[in-house]
Structures are given as C-alpha cells and as structure tokens.
Design a protein. Sequence first.
Length: 491
Amino acid sequence: MTESTPFPDGFLWGGATAANQIEGAFDEGGKGLSIQDVLPRGILEPRTPAPTSDNLKQTAIDFYHRYADDIALFAEMGFTVFRFSIAWSRIFPNGDDEHPNEDGLAFYDRVLDELERHGIEPLVTISHYETPLAIADRFDGWISRKVIGLFERYVRVLFSRYGHRVRYWLTFNEINSVLHAPFMSGGINTPVAELSKTQLYQAIHHELVASALATKIGHETNPDIRVGCMVLGVPVYPLTPDPADVLAALETDHANLMFSDVHVRGRYPGYAQRYFRDHGIELEVTAADRELLAEHTVDFVSFSYYMSVCETADPAKRIAREGNLMGGVANPHLAESAWGWQIDPGGLRVILNQFWDRWNKPLFIVENGLGAHDDLVDGPDGPTVVDDYRIAYLNDHLVQVGEAIRDGVDVLGYCTWGPIDLVSASTAQMSKRYGFIHVDRSDDGTGTLTRTRKKSFHWYADVIASNGATLEARSDGCGVRSASDEPRSPW
Ligand code: BGP
C-alpha cells in the first residue's frame, strides 16, 4: 500500500467467467450435456425436456475456439488473475463415466498454457451452474448422496491434472443460490413446489460435505493450493428501524451466512440447528460427514457482489425487486440497473467488513459488474462503446474496496464479472452486457462474434497499471468522505 493507493502489492486484478456462458462448443470434444443445455431462457423459465437450438449457450461467445485471442486481450489490460470454470460435462460427459474425457482435459491444459504464457494466475471454479444433465435426470442432483462420490471422482481428476499449476480453487459457485434456484444451482429436478425443506437441506448438506472433501483432496495434492468457498454476497438492510424489520433482516442474513459459516467454522451454527428443529427438518448427517466438515475448512472466502437488499417483517411493504436470484425488498435510496438490480457501492464495503469481522479469513471478490445495454459507435480509432456508466459503476465499487482495505480487511483480489460480453445466467441474453470487450452477437443468435475494445477496456488497464491509484472518489459515488467533513462520529 502507498499513500496514493490502498491496494497492497500483489493484489490480484482480473475478470471472471463461467464455462457455459462463454465456451459454446456444447457438443464438441466429447462433451456431454449439462443442465444449462435445457435452460434456453435462463432461470426465469422452467427447463425444457431436451436441448433446443435457440439456446445461445450452445455457441455462447465461442471461447472454446477463441480462448487464445481472448486471453491475449485480458493480458493487454494487465490482468493478473482470470477466473473461469471447468465444465464438469466436458470431463465426465455422463457424470458417472469410469474414465475422464481426455479431449475435455486437454482443452483446459491449453487454456492454462495460454494464461501461463501471459503470467496470469488462474482461479478455477469447479462447479458453476453446469452439473452434467445426467446427474440431474438420474439422481435428482445433489439430493442424492451418490453425487458426492461422482463429484469426488471429478475433483480427483482435476487436482491430479492441474493441481500443480493452479493455486486458487473455488468449489461451488454461489453455493447459497440453491435456496432460490434449486435446478440451476443444485441440479435438482424436482419442481420447487414439490421440493420439501428436508430434501433441499439434504442436498445442501451433500454439497457442503463435497466442498470439504474437495478442500481435503486439494490440500493433499499440493500444500500450496488455496481452496475457497464462493457465496452470493448480499448485505441485508432492515427496511425501517422497527425492531421487527431488524430481526427479519437478521434471519435473511442467517439463511445466507450459514453456508460460509459451515465452510469456515466446520459445523452448523446454532441458528441453523434451530431452523432445522423448528421446521421439522431431519438431515442424514454421518459421523464421517461431521469429521470432514470440521477438519477441512476453507482457506479463504470468495463472493459475488452486485447489490444489497432490504428486508421487512411487514407483508404490505414487501415490494419485490428483480435481483440477482435473491430479489429482496426495494431500497428507496438506491438507483437500479436496466434489469432492476439496485446499485449500492457502499454495500460492498459493508459486506467486506461484515465477512472479515465474522471469519477473519482472506476475502476475494470474484464477481462484480453492471449488466447494461451497449451501443457500438464509431470512435476516432474505429468502432467502440462509450460505456461511461460501466466505468462509473466499477470505479465506485472499487473505491469502496479501497475503503475496506483501509478499514483493515484482507482482500486478495477483485474480478469483474464478464470482462468480455457473455450470455447472461438469469435471462440467457447477450444484450445484457458486462464486458470491457464487446462481442458482436445478438439475442437472436446473429453476429460475427468480432471482439471490440470498449472505453472501459482502457480505463481498467489504467486502474490495474496504477494498482488502483487512478480510481476517483466521486462526490455522488457513495459514502466516501474525508476525515474533515465527517458529519458525525460514533466513536
Ligand atoms: C451470478 C452468476 C454468474 C453471472 C452473474 C450475473 O449470479 O454467478 O454466472 O451470470 O451472476 O448475472 P446475470 O448473468 O444473470 O446478469
């Protein structure tokens, strides 16, 4: 850290993606189907019985064939980390195959070669909303304990193949999202209306045990490996100071925090045990499960951050908002994106402090970004997108990361979501764009897939080159004040 920037030397700067949202080549190289192949409209509509050709993810942005050029663009921005996921169905096309698919493994060797060539640290998500479809169809996803064994087989292959060249691993993307999207997040085929709480929490328990098992195998493979959990990070504010609202916010918080509490502390917290008792949830938890959870806790906590939500105990005030899976009650103080996601840079500082105070584990922001409509225009140096709105969003969030670092929070790094335009998870659109790099593809599937640098591309390159010194604390950027104009001090 220097006077001009709070970001420590070695802070990891980069971007994050998921296989199903970028790779395409859905049936190439021996790949099997995944649950994403039957979600052509994202999570908002139910799955289809079989794959349909209107699914943009079948081609996505063709990273499978264009990875070398895309990684070169990331390197041009100065990335020091790139988060991507491995498609489980590329490695085990049917989920329970006896041997892994060598073509699938070789693809990720090539991706890692390219990252190494550019000195970019890989950050690998083992399971990012892309469970092999056969596991959903034959076992009802994570409801079945058998899936722990299938996951173990997959994880052992990944660590033995890549464990000496990948240091940072994440087990399940946004593991707490299974509460809101059981099929996408947990491969659970049973419709939500028929899914009992016991089934849902049994599936969650199996994922938590599988995550601990992956941590164990990672550490045994290579003691330098660092395994993190990955949660949907959402600060929950009471809608009003009414103590009933404060308690409602605490309960929503608990429902989310339980996942990282188990990952970090190695056991179910008291409030979770009470919830299970109060709701007649009886889980099958073996002595071996308990031991795995207790002994193989994570090295760091990673999370996505897009928004905060409000909570209230008053049903009349529950005005729902579209949101990143969690929805939530609208906050009257915040603006929102074109997709109704409320924008709250200060919430990122809040959650960084909350997580640090709670667990004292290094934190990694592995997703943050603005989904927006972009227009390609002619600039002095050729086509571009003048995405000042994206620059403002990212600037203001990064300023808050800096504030949290000044607060003493240990932050390993920051990845924007979708450094290159990709297919949206919730709506399966191309037009919901996050990237620094524009990809010529429309929602109807037309387009040349040409890559074009946006204005934000050059902005992020400067941020990285200066290790954050070029970030600007803007007056409307939320909650950044100098000590002299502090309006009040609680100290
Ligand atoms: C997170 C997912 C990502 C990503 C992001 C943005 O929940 O981990 O896969 O897609 O949200 O969401 P969306 O694509 O729906 O805009």
